[in-house]
Design a protein around this ligand. Structure first.
Ligand code: SF4
Ligand code: SF4
Ligand code: SF4
Ligand code: FES
Length: 568
């Protein structure tokens, strides 16, 4: 790190690193400078010019997101010149954005709207220039509404620099600029939603289902409405209600879903335990039979779509285990429904997910069980928060409630599934017990810290009993290439499409930054550390369901396993 420098912002003396931008220094010191195109995940583009500041001795205003501090710099963020330029730029940007505020899920969290209110922008000063722009839909997961786009290009950076998919392109110049899907048919969207997560407005966003759920909750007829929530939601949803990043709100989350009107609320960490037990058994079988190695995780539908489209030759390497919410929904519509004497056709399962790709996954016909889709609807964390805000349900003020479980027995272990490396670690805990069988030394190993952390690729050799497992964890699909090239070097690989895993998923609260991802992941590991149950194979309810399924003929494979489709 270079020597610290002394600068002044609005007269305040600050000692700071010369390696970060003025924008970041200001933020670290509690001085807000607005900005639309800047994001810590990308190098600065400096194209919105909303973050302009005045630097003493320089004639032109400077974009603070692209300039680094130098010794003796004196910066003003709110001089009359800065205010005039900033407001003019914001008014021009508003002319690019058709307001759909009343039904927009970003309504309470839109940077543009917030700035308009804060800086008293005349939003109708220039006429709307993009009224007739198209909306591009990517399967049932993500969309880009050109009439709302403010040309910041963050979605393009997310798709190309972060995810290395390159599905989004910039067409035209100046006021004719438009974000369009790639024409090259060798490129396809994987539905990860990172474009939406980095969009400062609601131009790139999930294809919403909240309206349907709202109607269903108001008029359910004879339907039983069941909500399921993902491991990572418990440490992120609080942010939508002003709680600190990584605040654990599991019990309040259950109460919020009940307040919305759901009849039952289940925790997907139960489903994660089902996935672990099925996947770990398959891993050991493949290792013993030396077949289809390395085995690769498949609970991330963004990754599965990537493999199906870009590398169909490796589909036999993917585990055949279904993903956690599909496992849980399958158990609900079979074992639980039978025990409760409920017709499965009357059950509507709504999955609250950090993920846009799960919307696509829920429509996969190969997942159907006796003709019924296990998961009926997927709402992102943001959609769920929007539903709560519309009903004026203050999540942070609710008293915690308990979740329902699909079988007898209390605790589940799978909270770490929400962070990169969590699926691997959970499976290794169970694999260790299968490999060691009675050997207390290796049987007791719980922590596989080699799999944790925010590095793009994590590799290790893990010794369990007489086996040396070569593992790799791919944290973000943008890091997949080197691993695909040396696939034979490994026995077991985890891939999550989003940076940080699901805690950084495309449906999570905005903003999501490296710092915020870390806080959410730390919170999940904190839950795990103190959890009463940390091994999936000791989940009594899961064992009860698996035992029952074994007596149910083909239902066993319908509930537990899946297959993949070559899509290129
Ligand atoms: S969903 Fe992912 S792959 Fe698709 S356009 Fe957005 S960032 Fe690119
Ligand atoms: S879709 Fe959103 S992220 Fe992409 S350029 Fe438009 S405003 Fe920016
Ligand atoms: S990492 Fe998680 S949020 Fe992202 S696509 Fe995969 S499952 Fe969805
Ligand atoms: S945030 Fe600096 S130019 Fe856009």
């Amino acid at each position: 790190m270079n020597k610290l420098v002394n600068i002044k912002i609005n007269g305040k003396k600050i000692k700071c690193s010369p390696d970060i931008t003025i924008w970041q220094v200001a933020r670290d010191n509690g001085i807000e400078i607005p900005g639309l195109c800047g994001h810590p995940d990308f190098p600065p583009k400096a194209n919105c010019r909303v973050c302009v500041v005045e630097i003493k001795g320089r004639q032109k205003l400077a974009t603070s997101c692209s300039i680094k501090p130098e010794e003796g710099m004196s910066i003003t963020t709110d001089s009359p010149r800065v205010k005039k330029a900033r407001n003019f730029n914001l008014e021009l940007i508003f002319a690019e954005h058709i307001e759909k505020c009343p039904t927009c899920i970003r309504n309470t969290n839109c940077r543009l709207l917030n700035y308009a209110e804060k800086y008293k922008i005349e939003i109708a000063r220039f006429s709307d220039r993009k009224g007739k722009r198209k909306t591009y839909k990517f399967a049932n997961a993500v969309e880009i509404d050109g009439s709302q786009c403010v040309d910041c290009r963050n979605c393009v950076d997310a798709c190309s620099l972060l995810q290395k998919i390159n599905y989004l392109e910039i067409q035209g110049k100046g006021i004719n600029q438009e974000i369009v899907p790639a024409k090259n048919t060798y490129i396809d969207c994987i539905y990860c939603g990172q474009c939406a997560l980095h969009c400062p407005v609601a131009s790139a966003q999930e294809q919403t289902s909240w309206e349907e759920i709202d109607k269903l909750l108001a008029n359910r007829g004879d339907k039983i409405l069941v909500a399921m929530f993902a491991p990572s939601i418990r440490v992120s949803i609080g942010e939508e209600f002003g709680l600190p990043h990584g605040k654990v709100v599991t019990g309040q989350l259950v109460s919020a879903l009940k307040n919305l009107g759901f009849d039952y609320v289940f925790d997907v960490i139960f489903g994660a335990d089902m996935t672990t037990v099925v996947e770990a058994a398959e891993l050991i079988e493949r290792i013993n039979g030396k077949k289809n190695l390395p085995m690769i995780t498949s609970c991330c539908p963004g990754w599965v779509k990537y493999a199906e489209f870009y590398h169909p030759e490796i589909l036999p390497n993917l585990t055949t285990a279904r993903s956690p919410h599909v496992h849980l929904a399958g158990a609900i519509k079979t074992f639980w429904a039978q025990n409760q004497k409920i017709d499965p056709k009357k059950i509507v399962t709504v999955s609250i997910m950090p993920c846009t790709a799960k919307k696509f996954e829920s429509r996969r016909v190969e997942l159907k069980i006796n003709g019924l889709a296990p998961v009926d609807y997927v709402l992102t964390t943001r959609e769920f928060a929007w539903l709560l805000k519309r009903k004026k349900i203050e999540l942070g003020k609710l008293k915690p409630s308990e979740v329902s479980t699909p079988a007898s027995g209390g605790d589940s272990a799978g909270s770490i599934y929400g962070a990169s490396g969590g699926v691997m670690e959970s499976a290794l805990r169970t694999a260790a017990s299968l490999i060691c069988k009675g050997n207390k030394i290796c049987d007791n190993r719980l922590d596989f810290k080699e799999a944790r952390g925010m590095a793009g690729i994590k590799e290790a050799k893990v010794k369990i009993g007489n086996k040396n497992l070569r593992i790799a964890v791919v944290n973000g699909i943008g890091n997949i290439d080197p691993i695909i090239k040396r696939l034979n070097n490994y026995d077991y690989i985890e891939v999550m499409a989003c940076p940080g895993g699901c805690i950084g998923g495309g449906g999570q609260p905005i903003p999501t930054t490296p710092e915020i991802r870390k806080k959410r992941a730390d919170a999940l590991y904190g839950i795990d550390k103190n959890a009463p149950l940390r091994k999936a194979h000791e989940n009594k309810g899961v064992l009860e369901i698996l035992k029952w399924l074994k007596t149910q003929g083909k239902l066993n494979s319908q509930v537990l396993y899946t297959k993949y489709i070559k899509r290129s």
